[in-house]
Design a binder for this molecule. Structure first.
Ligand code: NAD
Length: 234
């Protein structure tokens, strides 16, 4: 891969699976026994805020007990050592990339360990429950904090920056994502259209598998360190 300077890496739930965080697929399309429409849409939140807040409170607690795996560590090493441009775009709302040390990172679907005050529009680091309607650390008002995660039907974060990086990329790599959730599932086509090579690392062929120049199948904790070694050693 001699000509490559700029890399964009898209990660999905599969990269955190071996840390013990379920993917949608593992859960049979349900998220921890809940329908996605109930716990991951603005309409679900409006209908039953207690259910949604409790759901995210449990997951926020669970994530803090998990650890980054060899795939997160390998990507953090690539980030630290790669001399060209590099951007990790994650669909994951866990913080395992940054706990492994990744710096050039965008959470396009938000972060589990942030709370967003819809009253004053401030985002604050948040590790405690939200069910008791705590006060916003910025404005002091109770009742307006929600998980800072992008639900279905909401706009993902920092899309302009992401497309700019994709359009400059020589290599686009998709890791542990099913290719079912847009707009992320469309990034590979955007990358191809602007001339990047495309590589998929996933347990099984994704839905957009045919858009990739190369696809390798297997566990992220095996495939990702091997690929990073190729990039840095070769
Ligand atoms: P997905 O569940 O739709 O797909 C996961 C993919 O990872 C599947 O194709 C599966 O074959 C693959 N996979 C499973 N285990 C793997 C492993 N050990 N190594 C390599 N690949 C593996 O997840 P998605 O594509 O990220 O999209 C679904 C949405 O779910 C995203 O919007 C994301 O925000 C959300 N989500 C996030 C988390 C998280 O933050 N950790 C967990 C579940 C869902």
């Amino acid at each position: 891969m001699g000509e490559i300077q700029n890399i964009v890496i898209l990660t999905g739930a599969g990269v955190s699976a071996e840390s013990g965080i379920d993917t949608f697929r593992d859960a049979g399309g349900l998220w921890e026994q809940h329908r996605v429409e109930d716990v991951a849409t603005p309409e679900g939140f409006a209908r039953d805020p207690d259910l949604v807040l409790r759901f995210y409170d449990m997951r926020r607690a669970a994530i803090q007990a998990k650890q980054p795996n060899a795939a997160h560590h390998a990507l953090a090493r690539l980030d630290a050592e790669w001399p060209g441009e590099l951007l990790i775009v994650t669909q994951n709302i866990d913080d395992l990339h940054e706990r492994a040390g990744a710096k050039r990172l965008i959470h396009m679907h938000g972060e589990h360990l942030n709370a967003w005050c819809t009253g004053c529009d401030t985002r604050s680091p948040w590790t405690a429950p939200l069910i008791d309607r705590p006060a916003c650390p910025a404005c002091g008002v109770h009742g307006h904090l929600r998980p800072d995660v992008v639900w279905f039907g909401e706009m993902p974060y920092r899309m302009e920056e992401i497309y700019r990086a994709i359009n400059r990329a020589d290599l686009f790599v998709s890791i542990g994502t099913s290719g079912a959730v847009y707009p992320a599932a469309g990034f590979v086509r955007e990358a191809r259209a602007s001339g990047a090579r495309t590589l998929e690392l996933n347990m099984e062929p994704s839905q957009g598998n045919h858009w990739f120049d190369e696809a390798r199948q297997g566990a992220a904790t095996w495939l990702v360190p091997e690929w990073v070694e190729e990039m840095l050693g070769g």
